[in-house]
Design a protein around this ligand. Structure first.
Ligand code: UGA
Length: 430
């Protein structure tokens, strides 16, 4: 097939490369001139393990253009542009509207528009009424939510748990499903709004698992239980599942925070108060503040104290610092008067991270530089480099009272204490 993809973020570009690898001629529209220039030179403009090599192998079947309106004639156009959230949690659909409008104005009759961007339930039907029907050229709309994880996107593309296709006309849905047939994943065909809802319900339930296990961890601290054992025991019940029970300083990234707020907002807009989800969001916010509180107690105040924050990307394997707990904690500590030095092995490549850190917090080029003279260290992202660090050397480089807050429960607490650290984790003593 001839496939167009609008938006070369990690969803759009992985989809485009994956479809090119499956033999389709793929054209990608990217509006950002710097990203477009990189792609035209054959470079992936962001950090995603394995994607560069994969792009190299299929580059001959791919073309890059500057806008949705300049795509060549296509059988299917996938839309994978950003849907950032506004201040109250509402979704900003500016880029989505622009993309659909351009495709509606230029696509050849019979083209299927497949939405991969996460859009609030009801959006698809509204886009059909606003742009596709008025174009009068038999353009079909399909909701095709994406479940890729950043940092694992290539593998997730090749091994999807499911393919969800929401369509009003079976023929259009079939055409989109055809793109995934070779991957052998279970296929769910629904109406458009239900497919949109699958995406939000999935992310909201995953976020709920995280906030739930974090609250259990907080109670574990009070009653003297060990969260790792508790999570392991809970996860042995297949009805509950062992995934997403890792307690810590909460979820971040470009998806869970935005999507939980958007679903909360959509529910409220429709007259429903989604209290469980509101609590999930609030628990996640407080989980970060708990770190700052704990350091405040342990250091006898924060003003003038020197604190190292290790990990600025929202999780390992990505340079993405959007809604990152590490960045947020660094900001809060600096706001409370601490001198913050922050280090990340990959996010240091991103220009953006520097700006989001804010005044009072400085990024360093190495872990050693961040911890030198620090009174406390916060591990905010479980990068392998932190697990394998020479903690004896870190301890020697630091100053009294040698506090370490393991925000991802990724270090050996007993070993840390034997090195002379005052060790804190989430939901366990050591
Ligand atoms: C998430 C979903 O997992 C994907 O299925 C979905 O496609 C994507 O959002 C999206 O909507 O685009 P992602 O944001 O890349 O993917 O990251 P996750 O690996 O799910 O982690 C999200 C956050 O939860 C991270 O900050 C991670 O540290 C945290 N987390 C995860 C926990 O705190 N505990 C856990 O047990 C699991």
């Amino acid at each position: 097939m001839h496939v167009g993809v609008v938006g070369a973020g990690y969803v759009g570009l992985v989809a485009a490369v994956g479809l090119a690898a499956a033999g389709h001629d793929t054209a990608v529209a990217e509006a950002d001139p710097a990203k477009l220039a990189a792609l035209r030179e054959g470079r992936v403009p962001f950090y995603e393990p394995g994607l560069q090599e994969w792009l190299d192998s299929v580059a001959a079947r791919m073309t890059f253009v500057e806008s949705a309106g300049s795509l060549p004639p296509c059988d299917v156009v996938l839309i994978a542009v950003g849907t950032p959230s506004g201040p109250s949690g509402q979704t900003d659909l500016t880029q989505v509207r622009q993309a659909v409008r351009e495709v509606a104005a230029t696509a050849r009759p019979g083209t299927v528009v497949a939405m991969k961007s996460t859009v609030p339930p009801g959006t698809g039907l509204e886009l059909v009424r606003a742009y596709l029907e008025p174009a009068g050229r038999d353009l079909a709309y399909v909701s095709n939510p994406e479940f890729l994880r950043e940092g694992k996107a290539v593998d997730d593309w090749l091994h999807p748990d499911r393919v969800v296709v929401g369509a009003a006309e079976p023929g259009a849905g079939e055409r989109v499903a055809e793109l995934y047939r070779h991957l052998g994943a279970p296929l769910l065909m629904t109406d458009i709004t239900s497919a949109e809802m699958v995406k939000y319900a999935s992310n909201a339930l995953l976020a709920t698992k995280i906030s739930f296990i974090n609250e259990i961890a907080n109670v574990c601290e009070l009653v003297g239980a060990h969260i790792d054992d508790v999570a392991r025991g809970v996860g042995m019940d297949p009805r509950l599942g062992s995934h997403f029970l890792q307690a810590g300083i909460g979820y971040g990234g470009s998806c869970f925070p935005k999507d939980t707020r958007a679903l909360d907002f959509t529910a409220a807009l429709n007259g429903y108060s989604f209290e469980l989800l509101t609590a999930v969001i609030e628990v996640n916010r407080r989980q970060r503040i708990r770190v700052v509180q704990r350091l405040h107690e342990a250091l006898g105040g924060l003003a003038g104290r020197s604190v190292a924050v290790l990990g600025l990307s929202f999780k390992p394997g990505t340079d993405d610092t959007r809604e990152s707990p590490g960045v947020e904690i660094a900001r809060m500590l600096a706001g409370a008067g601490a001198e913050v030095r922050a280090y990340d092995p990959v996010a240091r490549l991103s220009q953006e991270a520097e700006q989001v850190l804010g005044p009072g917090a400085r990024r360093t080029a190495t872990l050693a530089e961040a911890v030198a003279g620090a009174q406390a260290v916060v591990v905010a992202t479980e990068w392998q480099e932190f697990r394998e660090a020479d903690w004896a050397a870190v301890r020697r480089a630091m100053e009294r009272p040698w506090v370490i807050f393991d925000g991802r429960n990724c270090l050996d607490g007993e070993a840390m204490e034997s090195l002379g650290f005052t060790y804190f984790a989430v939901g366990r003593q050591v």
